[in-house]
Design a protein around this ligand. Sequence first.
Ligand code: GDP
Ligand code: MG
Length: 341
Amino acid sequence: MKLIIQIPCFNEEDQLPRTLSHLPRHVDGFDVVEWLVIDDGSSDATIEVARRHGVEHIVRLTNNKGLAAAFQAGIDAGLKLGADVIVNTDADNQYEGADVPKLVAPILRGEADMVVGDRRVNTIKDFSASKKLLQRLGSWVVRQASSTEIPDTTSGFRAYNREAALQVQVVSKFTYTLETIIQAGKLLVAIDHVPIRTNPKVRESRLFPSVGSYVRRNALSVFRIYSQYEPLRVFWAAAVVMGLGALALFARFVVAYIGGHGRGHVQSLIAGAVLFNAAMLLGALGVLGDLLAAQRSLSQRTLERVRRIELQLGVEPSHYEPGAAAPQPSAEPPEREAIEV
Ligand SMILES: Nc1nc2c(ncn2[C@@H]2O[C@H](COP(=O)(O)OP(=O)(O)O)[C@@H](O)[C@H]2O)c(=O)[nH]1
Ligand SMILES: [Mg+2]
C-alpha cells in the first residue's frame, strides 16, 4: 500500500520546510509514504527547497494555473505514481501533518472512500466572525447540494482512496474544495470526516487577500456550483418567485376590472406579463441546466474510464519531475526520468 501526500504550492519556499517537518514518513497500514509537491509556476525556490527536504515527486506547472488546477494535477499524478491513498494538505502548515493517520483511518477501515479533515472552525481563533459565519453558511449550502454531512467543507486536508481519486474532476478554476464534495456526494463515493488539529496562522491567506474577497468569491463559488449541480431547483425556485409576482399583479388587474375601473390598472397587466415572461425564461433555463448537468455526469463517467485506461497503459503524469531520492529503505527509488506526455 502506498500513501502519497500532495501539497499544492505557489511560492512557498519559506513555509514548506516547517510543513514537511510535520508530515509523517511512516503511517500504519502503508508500506510506503511519499510526498508530492505541485509547484504552480512559483518564481521562488519552492522546488529546490522541496527536493532538499526529501520530497520525492514534483509536478511543475509552467505558469500559475490556480489552486484547483494544481490540486487536479496532483490527483492525476498521484494515481499514475501508484498511490492507493492520496492525502492533500496546504503548504502553510495550517493543518497538523501529524494527523494524517487519523485522516486515512476511515479509508483503511474500509468505511470511506474520501475523508475531509474537520477544523472545527468555530474553535479557530485566527478566523474572523464573518469568515466563520460564511464558513457555516457555505458548508450548509454544500451539505444540501451534496446530501452529505461534512461540517467543514472548505477544508483542504483530505484523503482519497483510488476509487474516489479516479472520479475527481474539478472544473472550477479557483476552488476545488466545495466542488469535490458535491461531486462525491452525487457519485458512488462514501464520504466521511474526522476532527483534526490546526496550527496557528503564520501568514495572511494568499487565496483571499481580504475578508471581503473571501466572502465574495466563496459566495459566488457556492452559488455557481450549486446552480451547476442543482439547476432545476435554483432556476425553478426563481421562476416560482417571478410567477407568483405575475399572478399577484394579474389578480390585482382582474379585481380592478371586475370592480369597473380596469382601465386604470393596465400597468399591472403589463408588469404581470413581464414577470410571467421572466418566469417562463427561468423555467426554460432550469430545463437546459438540467440537460447540461446530465451531460456533465456522463462526461465524468467517460473521463473516469479514460483514466483507468491511462493507468492500464502506464501513461506518465504530465509535467512530472523526480524529486529527492526516497529516504526510507522500503520505498522504491523514483524510477522516472524527466517526463513529458
Ligand atoms: N496551486 C496553487 N496553489 C496556491 C495558489 N495560491 C495559494 N496556493 C496554495 O494553496 C494553499 C492554501 O493557501 P493559503 O494562502 O494558505 O490560503 P487559505 O486557504 O486561506 O489558508 C497553500 O498550499 C498555497 O501554497 C495558487 O495560485 N496556485
Ligand atoms: Mg492557509
